[in-house]
Design a protein around this ligand. Structure first.
Ligand code: NAD
Length: 438
């Protein structure tokens, strides 16, 4: 499908394609995202005009701001908010607090949000935000001050009809409540719709907290049917025991699979006979990490990925599976609860080895889908029950998986390229329909 935008005065210069030589780390993650986009654009036959539009972020804001610490000292922080494509409605994307946040990473995550919303058919464009900080080193009061100041700094970009943040790494419902309150104090009235992933008492949705992990498990169930893998008894390894990973681990355990390994930023623990997840959670609550769990053996995050298992769920950070370890991964299915855990070269290695990779833009789309439900419930002023939310989530995840799977079979490509083909085609279509202003 070729989408042609007429040049006004001169032909558009050829669109630059980044070469991906280094492993995907936060500094070159946007190159990885653009690389993935061009693979889909080539197959769709997009012209240079459309490639130029979709391979750039529409708006990028970088802010440096002071925060007063509890001891009276002042520390400077840097943050970003990026909108990749304003799309068919407001832009949507989480806010991350992490010591490795870079502008390139936030741009990649914003672009992936555009494709993610499109692959599950939500009326949003993609955005993302991040602050370069390790919040573990801050008190709750300092995190609140940082959140409120960062919100003030990005005020020109966000709004309930404009750009709506949500939780991501190291942010949660409480963070969203502070953002909502800060925004509301600026405009002079309560604006719950400025964020999703809020506490239920402030208009949050039932099921939003678990939605990313739950959506991921719904997609895994579908993939097990396609690949003939029996989920009951399957061995599962989860990297990242936070919101997405711990929920996915608990739900897949409830379906009869055996979770044999989990990890967090402090390292991992594993037991080939299976882990008692409640006890692992209590150990993490008491010590700050799953590492050191008495009924498991400690293991590094790199080693964890190579454990013998049927299902591997990367649910931490990007850049985890690369040319170095893709040959040694033993899982039959990799479900990307995290964004960007697999490099483009590793994708090809895994595809050649017959390993099914459920790509991030599909496998972790449950979070933004229930964020959309939260937005719809607010517009209707009518809250849904948790089972309504989960039923609708299951249908969207199942239908989206089937559409991606059918595209992969038709074009003989892996599921990431198939998901990209579907979503880039949709985004190119509404971009063409909107045209170029003025
Ligand atoms: P979280 O902060 O709740 O949990 C992150 C977990 O990963 C923590 O256990 C942390 O210790 C661990 N971790 C961090 N660095 C690690 C490393 N280098 N190795 C191993 N573990 C590490 O964050 P989350 O919301 O669960 O997000 C996890 C991933 O899921 C991210 O890639 C995020 O973008 C993606 N995601 C989250 C949502 C959501 O709704 N929260 C939605 C879509 C995608």
């Amino acid at each position: 499908m070729s989408i042609h935008l007429e040049p006004r005065t001169m032909p558009a210069p050829p669109v630059e394609r980044p070469a991906i030589s280094a492993p995907p780390v936060a500094d070159n993650l946007f190159d990885v995202a653009v690389h993935q986009f061009h693979i889909a654009a080539d197959r769709l036959g997009l012209d240079d005009g459309m490639r130029g539009i979709l391979s750039h972020c529409e708006a990028e804001l970088t802010v440096s701001f002071p925060v007063e610490m509890d001891d009276g000292s002042v520390r400077m922080f840097q943050g970003h908010r990026v909108q990749h494509n304003r799309g068919p409605g407001p832009t949507k994307g989480g806010i991350r607090y992490h010591q490795d946040v870079t502008l390139s990473e936030v741009k990649a995550l914003a672009m992936w949000m555009t494709w993610k919303c499109a692959v599950v058919g939500l009326p949003y464009g993609g955005a993302k935000g991040g602050v370069r900080v390790d919040p573990k080193g801050l008190s709750l009061n300092e995190v609140q001050n940082l959140t409120r100041r960062y919100t003030s700094e990005i005020m020109p970009m966000i709004g309930p009809n404009k750009d709506i943040p949500a939780p991501d790494v190291n942010t949660n419902a409480q963070t969203m409540a502070w953002i909502m309150d800060t925004y509301s104090m600026h405009v002079g009235y309560s604006v719950p719709g400025v964020v999703t992933g809020k506490p239920i008492a402030l208009g949050g949705s039932a099921g939003r907290n678990e939605a990313t992990g739950r959506g991921c498990v719904y997609v895994i169930e579908e993939a097990c049917r396609t690949t003939g893998l029996n989920l009951a008894g399957a061995r599962v390894v989860v990297q990242g025991f936070g919101n997405a990973g711990a929920t996915a681990a608990r739900l897949i355990d409830e379906l009869g699979a055996t979770v044999i390994g989990v990890s967090d930023s402090g390292g991992g623990t594993w037991n080939p006979a299976g882990l008692d997840l409640d006890r692992v959670s209590r150990h993490k609550g008491a010590t700050g990490s799953v590492r050191g769990y008495a009924e498991g053996e400690d293991i590094s995050n790199r080693e964890l990925l190579e454990l013998p298992c049927e299902i591997l769920i990367p649910a931490a950070m990007e850049g985890q599976i690369d040319t170095d370890n893709a040959h040694r991964i033993q899982a039959r299915i990799i479900a990307e609860a995290a964004n960007g855990p697999t490099s483009p070269e590793a994708d090809e290695i895994l595809f050649d080895r017959g390993i099914t990779v459920l790509p991030d833009i599909l496998a972790n789309a449950g979070g933004v889908t229930v964020s959309y439900f939260e937005w719809v419930q607010a517009l209707q002023a009518f809250p849904w029950t948790e089972s309504d939310v989960n039923d609708r989530l299951r249908k969207i995840m199942r239908d989206s998986y089937r559409a991606v799977q059918a595209t992969a079979s038709e074009h003989h490509v892996h599921l990431r390229t198939a998901a990209m083909l579907l979503s880039v085609r949709r985004v190119a279509e509404f971009t063409r329909l909107r045209g170029i202003y003025p």
